[in-house]
Design a protein around this ligand. Structure first.
Ligand SMILES: [Zn+2]
Ligand SMILES: [Zn+2]
Length: 138
């Protein structure tokens, strides 16, 4: 059954111990091919949806590690202590927003990225669907 605010989905880590339920559609969806996002995800780019803090609920254990973004602000990555998947993140830049790793959703209808950041640092083969803006930097 749909809640009044729409679609519900659940993002889960690799082992299933940590999950994030989201309510409604993401405010924004993007991909990023910067070196830090590639290293964090272990893939060619990160792919994430942004939600209001009030639109998500976290279940299960997690730990965080922090890094300083190019902007100078702190970015906090929350991962499952058992399997290491990064399931969500927060940034000092947007205090009431949580980013959820789109690859962690089993649902196949998660919206596509609206743009790719750091296109200048992407792997040479990487193309997004026609019409997706490729932002050279941040
Ligand atoms: Zn896990
Ligand atoms: Zn990035």
């Amino acid at each position: 059954m749909d809640s009044p605010d729409g679609r519900q989905r659940t993002a889960r880590c690799g082992c299933g111990a940590l999950s994030v339920a989201t309510h409604g559609e993401p405010l924004d969806v993007y991909a990023c091919a910067c070196v830090r996002c590639r290293a964090r995800s272990g893939s060619a780019f990160s792919y994430a949806g942004l939600f209001k803090e009030t639109a998500i609920s976290v279940a299960g254990p997690f730990q965080v590690w922090r890094r300083t973004a190019d902007s100078g602000r702190t970015l906090e990555n929350a991962f499952c202590p058992s399997c290491g998947s990064t399931v969500f993140f927060r940034t000092e830049a947007w205090p009431d927003i949580v980013g959820v790793a789109a690859g962690c959703f089993a649902e196949q209808d998660f919206p596509r990225p609206e743009r790719l950041y750091w296109a200048a640092r992407r792997h040479a083969w990487l193309c997004l669907p026609a019409g997706t803006p490729m932002i050279e930097t941040q």
